[in-house]
Design a protein around this ligand. Structure first.
Ligand SMILES: [Fe+2]
Length: 372
């Protein structure tokens, strides 16, 4: 049966950040903790947000969220939340910050260590801190999703945080805040959005309204990613990439698939998730040839291609143009145990939503193709 979930409220446009003060007031948040990372402090994005707040707005800032979200980062933010007597959370950043905020909203209100909630979604109840997200990358979809990943320690494999109760209350999507995103991250996060839209569209969950949204997201990435990568101040391109990222977040509500299974397998390294996603995409599209041809044709249309055009080659060519690698080996991945990679890909929970679940043998081929 189709279940159509609700998304968080969203303000979307240039200048949307000016809504933050009014929304804090409307939601009864008198002193939020604003969590972010050092990079966003340095490039002035945090200041852009603070400047948009009314002068009388009280707040505390915690800017030590690490590049990959960790338990330690969230626990440090909790100390500030408690010592500053905060009553809500604003997350400004990419997936790491926004996922950390989801964890923080749980442990501010529920007893137990953060570890006790990771991979134990049923332990999470509805008592959580109010949470507003402000994405500064365009692609993770974390601003509206109900899941996230937290690493127990910096180099450990991430654990899942997944519950309808951690879904943010509101996302404020202002393309102006994405202008300082460097071109390689614009490319990687943008292609992650494309991966979300493709995997959501072909997933075995039937949800026609969101499927239409995913095709729109695919079209926006294809039309605008090259411009956003070439010129970070291209307003039209930034607007459309941020919209594609949001639509990719909606796509995640349909589940993902083998592209993300592969990205997770190779994610036991410092390699960027979005880059791993786009490098994994061609092999999975080849795997789907002859299996879901009607859907692949609709993806071709969304990509402005003709029937019969090669989807995998199109992604490979696009990756080259926007400076993405063509294989995981080219990214510097140095692990050798293909059998372990195969079994991790095969056992990934992401395959639960695949229109055709790859066998062990097919996973072996996917791993070989993606490794390069
Ligand atoms: Fe992703």
């Amino acid at each position: 049966m189709t279940f159509i979930q609700s998304f968080p409220d969203v303000h979307f446009d240039f200048g949307a950040i000016n809504e933050l003060g009014r929304e804090l007031d409307a939601r009864g948040i008198s002193k939020p903790i604003i969590i972010t990372d050092n990079g966003l402090v340095k490039c002035g994005v945090l200041q852009q947000v603070l400047d948009a707040l009314p002068s009388e707005q009280d707040y505390a800032v915690f800017s030590e969220i690490p590049e990959n979200p960790t338990i330690q980062g969230v626990e440090k933010a909790l100390k500030v939340f408690q010592s500053e007597d905060c009553d809500g959370i604003v997350g400004i950043g990419g997936g790491s910050v926004l996922d950390s905020g989801k964890a923080l909203r749980v442990i501010t209100h529920q007893s137990g260590s953060l570890l006790s909630f990771l991979d134990h979604s049923l332990e999470i109840n509805k008592s959580v801190a109010p949470y507003i997200t402000v994405p500064t990358t365009a692609g993770t979809g974390a601003e509206i999703t109900f899941g996230g990943g937290i690493h127990p320690t910096e180099n450990a494999i991430g654990m899942g945080l997944r519950s309808p109760y951690i879904k943010p209350d509101l996302a404020i999507c202002d393309p102006e805040l994405t202008f300082t995103l460097p071109s390689h991250l614009t490319a990687a996060t943008g292609m992650d959005a494309l991966g979300h839209c493709i995997e959501g569209y072909v997933s075995n969950v039937s949800n026609p309204p969101i499927e239409a949204i995913t095709l729109d997201g695919i079209n926006r990435v294809i039309n605008y990613i090259k411009r956003a990568v070439a010129d970070g101040s291209d307003r039209e391109a930034r607007y459309n990439m941020l919209m594609a990222g949001l639509e990719g977040g909606m796509a995640i509500y349909l589940g993902l698939g083998p592209i993300h299974a592969l990205a997770n397998t190779f994610g036991n390294s410092p390699l960027h998730h979005g880059t791993l996603v786009t490098v994994s995409t061609p092999a999975v599209l080849r795997f789907y040839e002859g299996v879901i041809d009607d859907k692949l044709n609709n993806i071709r249309s969304a990509m402005n291609l003709s029937e019969g055009d090669n989807l995998a080659d199109t992604i490979t060519d696009l990756n080259r143009i926007i400076g993405m690698p063509s294989s995981v080996r080219e990214m510097g991945y140095d692990k050798d145990d293909v059998d372990v990679m195969t079994s991790e890909t095969f056992n990934s929970h992401f395959n639960a939503w695949a229109p055709k679940k790859p066998t062990q043998e097919e996973c072996h081929q996917l791993v070989i193709d993606t490794l390069g």
